[in-house]
Design a protein around this ligand. Sequence first.
Ligand code: PBG
Length: 336
Amino acid sequence: MSIFLKDFPIRRGRRLRQNQVIRSLVKENNLNCNDLIAPIFIREGTEIIEAIPSLPGVNRYSLDRLLEYIELLLKFDIRTIALFPYTPIGKKSSSCEEAWNPDNLVNKATRLIKSSYPELVIMLDVALDPYNSDGHDGLLVENKILNDETLIALEKQALIQAESGADILGPSDMMDGRVAVIRKSLEKNGFKDVLIMSYAAKFASSYYGPFREAVGAKGLLNGDKKTYQIDSSNLEEAIREVREDISEGADMVMVKPGMPYLDVISEVKKRLQFPTFAYQVSGEYAMIKGAIDNGWLDRDKTILETLLCFKRAGCDGILTYFALEAGKLIKKDNTH
Ligand code: PBG
């Protein structure tokens, strides 16, 4: 008999899998509604719920239709949202000043939501790309992304967002030193409790395509983002980036994309032991949703499995376009 079977029948792995009750007794990880952050795309105008072709099932909402969607999320115990603006071309420029306009769409939306749902946690992206006519997260001058000049812009953007009532700021630009600049500025200006969830390990990925369409940046991007986002092959560099963001004052860190980078999530959690989040990005959603809509994957099981895997990898929470669907499935599951 093979040495691998020397404990058989003393040890039978299948004893632990024999029925649902036993299986749930030894379950190592659970997915809960309070693990989920729902990204929401917003746009100008009234009475608009607009489909995004490359993200079937995800919409852009005008502000007057936003609260009804939020009510739905709350019904399924999803209490943290991340807002992303679709910015019409006329409001984009190479200096990106719409980013720190107190009346820009995300700031208006934040004030509106907070007036009805003060307890809802709102996260806003700190990055210039929705407002940049070049499509980049930083200021582009003579074909170079300028790091330190971008920091000045990001600081202005972050402060205005905090003033509007954002609870969590998510620097997603990958400029060096951004977390330190934002943290110092928040402290100096009386926003001591505003959280920073930095997009700490953000890879230069092809999975962001549908998002760029959703925020109106598709086709604008001049070149690529490889001079600031991390090369997909690099794990140690990702760990260094996360470590730096923590030392600069981030409260939570994020790895992005999610599923293709579960190894990075796992290492970040194990080595740095810090609140760790994943962004299951637009391309991941589109891929799974495409297969579901074609009948190639089982909808409910696949959604729950992909999200649970993030918990197993070490995530405390997940940003996902499946948030509402997953919330419904989790609630249904719990009532059985
Ligand atoms: C931009 C930003 C991106 C995403 C979130 N913030 C895109 C990018 O870096 O090009 C991607 C999210 C997604 O694909 O769902 N700062």
